[in-house]
Unconditional design. Structure first.
Length: 272
């Protein structure tokens, strides 16, 4: 098994993320998951969109694509369809994935194509101006909501399950020991996998909402995150301000590239 540090492009480091940002923890977790699975580096592809999280692909030593805003999943779909033997991992953010990329997210899950989507959720558009995203909590401030957003955020894990994903997990930058395992299980799943990784953004989000520095925001995550089994035993009142972590959902369904190969076989048989 390789050391995870071998999966970084050291000539591209140090990274550009702000001090206290949790994105480095998530990127390391992806690298550790790949190392733990001992994946072939030449058969692993990292695809990202636009935003803070999506810069991670440039730091990782694989065949990588840094694509257009919100389009990481369709690019990754093309890669997987072109060569189903590849392991394809998508790095995306809450805005990139669930706003401009929301429709692609839904249909990637609906098709159950074998992609592992790691959603870096920092609750805001960090790089592009601090705007509110579809995952910004109600009443929290952003540059587009200086007095607090009135929009309700949706749960990307619930959305993925409803759309047809077959593996869904949630972790946080605080629970750094757990996150690589959640990602590895997603990679092993034969189908569309979502791993939501909640991470602090102390500059664009935390400072504006008076949540303190990065250690304070990590402490808040430790208090809000509850293992799924324990969360299921909480009353509705006790669940207020908390969320479940761990493997949230698993199912089995035909994987898209395999099902599509049968269509090709039938078409070729009809031509003979």
């Amino acid at each position: 098994m390789k050391d995870y540090e071998e999966y970084f492009r050291n000539n591209r480091l140090p990274h550009i993320w702000c001090p206290g940002c949790g994105n480095g923890i998530i990127m390391k977790s992806i690298a550790k998951a790949i190392a733990n699975l001992d994946l072939d580096q030449d058969k692993t592809v990292i695809v990202s969109g636009i935003g803070c999280s999506s810069r991670a692909s440039g730091y990782m030593d694989f065949d990588t694509l840094h694509t257009a805003h919100g389009r990481a999943i369709p690019f990754a779909t093309g890669v997987k369809l072109a060569n189903p033997e590849l392991t394809v991992i998508v790095i995306t953010g809450d805005g990139d994935c669930t706003a401009i990329g929301g429709n692609h997210f839904i249909h990637g899950a609906r098709r159950n194509i074998d992609l592992t989507v790691v959603l870096f959720n920092n609750n805001i558009y960090g790089m592009t101006g601090g705007q509110a995203s579809p995952l910004t909590p109600t009443s929290k401030k952003a540059t587009t909501a200086p007095y607090g957003t009135v929009d309700r955020p949706f749960d990307p894990c619930d959305l993925a399950q409803s759309a047809g994903a077959t593996y869904i997990a949630r972790g946080t930058a605080f629970h750094a020991a757990q996150l690589p395992d959640l990602i590895a299980k997603g990679i092993n799943n034969k189908g569309f996998s979502l791993v939501e990784a909640i991470t602090p953004c102390p500059i664009s989000y935390g400072r504006r909402n008076k949540l303190g520095d990065s250690p304070a925001m990590l402490k808040l995550l430790s208090e809000q995150a509850v293992p799924k089994t324990a969360y299921s035993k909480l009353s509705v009142e006790q669940r207020a301000g908390k969320f479940p972590i761990g493997v949230l959902y698993e199912a089995q369904f035909g994987e898209y590239t395999e099902e599509y190969s049968h269509v090709i076989e039938r078409a070729e048989g009809g031509l003979k």
